[in-house]
Design a protein. Structure first.
Length: 649
């Protein structure tokens, strides 16, 4: 792999030395690198809830935002690790670092969650339509938004279960940079370098990271497997923009990923076992967009083109056995018109009209080189979205959205979404949403072919109807809130694996539950977050849906000591019992129950001065033994320490 070359490590070391020297030569205050939305505001601003920036409290949908402060305080290396702190979210990773990782929202399947990175849809067309979170590192991430519930009316087929929107940092201030080196357990080391700058007329941010780990056995060591499975990841991200005219801006985002993870085989009657297998993934994404403001920014037009190209190769003892290629391109136009009026005297009524037109093209190829089979398919889709939003006295908020989807392979579909949020009394906000979702069968489900799987070209799209209602109480004294939300989803035509293919469930599936979330800031130096989720699922035959724990929760706190230099952050994540699939020697499937577990993590950092920070963390402090996926291993107690240097260039 390209990043195993040792001279690249020396480049990073040289960069750190340069930054250290420059930090001693400059006396300016550290440059804020967070972009136009400051950290204190980032957790209250969302984009995914209505395709425009809006306050979280104005959204009737259930949405959680984790900002860069939260990620940095917890020293998050892999984004999926922190998603466990969000209510309604479950994470399943089959092995150590880099192993395939699925994220589910409110019991929906992983490929029913749309994932956006800087506005680019990154779901893998080549791998069952879901996004593999195993390769997503925390590379200059500004915030993570998780929008729960059916969002197909705004975002299309992939958003039947929800949306995860990841936004990276935007360059600002004079040219500045940051370099980080860290290392620890399992011979893991990571080097990261970033530079950025920005003014009112331009901005750019370039960052890259190299991660290498000898890892653990992908197949659970407690089941007699001892071979270590390593992981390597190189990710580069560029984000830039230019103000062409006073009312016209152009933005460009580019991202490149090259990853290699060693894996183990799965055998009927046994589960995962040691083997000499590995998987290589390369992903290239990009988006070019232009924004035009008219009528004093009351009429906004945005035009964008994006592409996502992902290739996956699977090897056994060094020989290429199987490969998949997925490509998706999208052109979209969005216009937003903002109006103000009044219902009666002293009432302020703000209107918003949003119209979006988009066209997508997807291409899918897979090839089994052992059994000599190949598939080459493509699909075209167009979507048209209309949304009306209203705000009355900045106290009550309503949105109504509808979407029409045209598809080259399936029947045209209509979806809708209604939301309401309002302050009914001082400090009490209610919110509710209702909507429908649709998920087209993936290429792999339709046409995938291998030695053990044959696609089903007669699958019908999955459809859902979902609603939620919640109440939020705000505490003025501690600058925070507690929210309690009930949700209910009915799914028609749920696609499930059956023997060596997939089928639609004949009966409706139901998912319902309760989410409790808490955000408190008792002082400027102390933050406390918590969540709890109860999820009840029924696949239509009286069985629980797999890898959806009935009970889960988290607590996370961060405290800056009086010296204003040392910070301690600690958290616990609880995952209750959950079902998973097991197979006998004849590949007959049954459901088993995985044990509950609790992960305790702690992080400590010390800011020596405005340029140099030393940090360290311990994950799985109690050395919990557990499985997230039947027969696959997980990391025991492990630690990392590192140093970060930043300064003007």
């Amino acid at each position: 792999m390209l990043y195993l070359n040792t001279f690249k490590t020396s480049i990073l070391a040289s960069a750190i030395t340069s930054l250290a020297l420059s930090s001693g030569a400059h006396a300016e205050a550290p440059v804020d690198n967070s972009g136009t939305i400051q950290p204190t505001e980032a957790r209250e601003i969302v984009i995914s809830a209505s395709r425009i920036e809006m306050a979280r409290e104005a959204s009737g949908s259930a949405v959680t935002v984790l900002d860069s402060d939260y990620l940095e305080q917890n020293q998050v290396r892999v984004i999926s690790d922190v998603l466990r702190d969000i209510p309604g979210v479950s994470v399943s990773r089959g092995g150590g670092l880099g192993s395939p990782t699925s994220v589910r929202i409110r019991g929906a399947e992983a490929n029913q969650t749309l994932v956006l990175i800087d506005g680019i849809e990154v779901n893998d067309v080549a791998l069952d339509g879901e996004f593999n979170f195993g390769n997503l590192l925390n590379l200059e991430v500004e915030r993570v938004e998780v929008l729960r519930g059916a969002q197909s009316a705004l975002w299309g087929s992939d958003a039947m279960g929800g949306v995860i929107n990841i936004v990276t940092k935007k360059g600002s201030g004079a040219l500045n940079g940051k370099a980080t080196i860290e290392g620890g357990s399992y011979d893991t080391h990571q080097e990261t370098l970033s530079i950025n700058a920005g003014t009112e007329n331009y901005n750019y941010a370039l960052s890259g990271t190299l991660l290498n780990s000898n890892g653990i056995s992908t197949a659970n060591e407690e089941r007699g497997n001892t071979e270590k499975d390593g992981y390597e990841n190189a990710t580069i991200n560029f984000k830039g923009g230019i103000q062409v005219l006073d009312n016209l801006s152009v933005d460009l985002v580019l991202r490149y990923l090259d990853a290699d993870v060693e894996t183990d085989a799965f055998m009927g009657g046994v589960g995962a076992v040691d083997s000499a297998e590995n998987s290589e993934t390369t992903q290239q994404t990009g988006k070019l967009s232009a924004k035009l403001d008219l009528l004093d920014e009351q009429w906004v037009h945005t035009l964008g083109f994006s592409a996502n190209d992902t290739d996956n190769k699977m090897f056994n003892t060094g020989s290429l056995n199987y490969k998949t290629e997925g490509y998706k391109e999208k052109i979209e136009y969005q216009t937003d018109l903002f109006l103000n009026s009044s219902l009666v005297e002293k009432d302020d009524l703000a209107h918003r009209l949003t119209f979006t037109a988009e066209h997508e093209k997807e291409e899918f190829k897979n090839e089994d080189l052992v059994y000599v089979s190949a598939v080459d398919q493509e699909m075209d889709m167009s979507g048209f979205v209309f949304e009306y939003g209203a705000s009355i006295n900045d106290q009550y908020y309503v949105t109504v959205a509808g979407r029409r989807d045209l598809n080259s392979q399936f029947q045209n579909a209509n979806t809708y979404r209604l939301t309401f949020a309002g302050w009914i009394v001082d400090n009490v906000r209610v919110h509710t949403s209702k909507g429908t979702g649709i998920k087209n069968p993936t290429f792999y489900e339709l046409y995938g072919s291998s030695s053990t799987y044959t696609g089903n070209a007669y699958l019908n799209p999955e459809k859902s109807s979902t609603w939620d209602v919640g109440s939020e109480y705000h505490f003025d004294a501690v600058d925070g809130y507690v929210d309690l939300t009930y949700f209910h989803t009915d799914v028609d035509n749920l696609i499930v694996a059956s023997w060596t293919t997939t089928t639609n469930m004949p009966s409706d599936s139901t998912i319902q539950g309760v989410e409790l979330s808490m955000v408190l800031n008792p002082t400027n130096n102390f933050r406390l977050d918590g969540s709890f989720t109860y999820t009840d699922t029924d696949d239509g035959n009286g069985n629980e849906l797999v890898r959806r724990p009935k009970h889960s929760g988290s607590i996370n706190g961060s405290y800056l000591l009086p010296d204003i230099q040392t910070r301690i952050t600690a958290g616990a994540q609880y995952v209750g019992k959950q079902d998973d699939f097991a197979y006998d020697a004849m590949w007959n499937r049954s459901q088993i129950t995985l044990s509950e577990y609790t992960l305790v993590n702690i992080a400590l950092s010390h800011q020596f001065n405005e340029h140099i920070e030393l940090f360290g963390r311990v994950d799985n402090l109690l050395d919990e033994e557990y499985e997230e996926v039947f027969s696959y291993g997980t990391m025991g107690i492990n630690a990392m320490v590192g140093i970060s240097i930043k300064g003007s260039l």
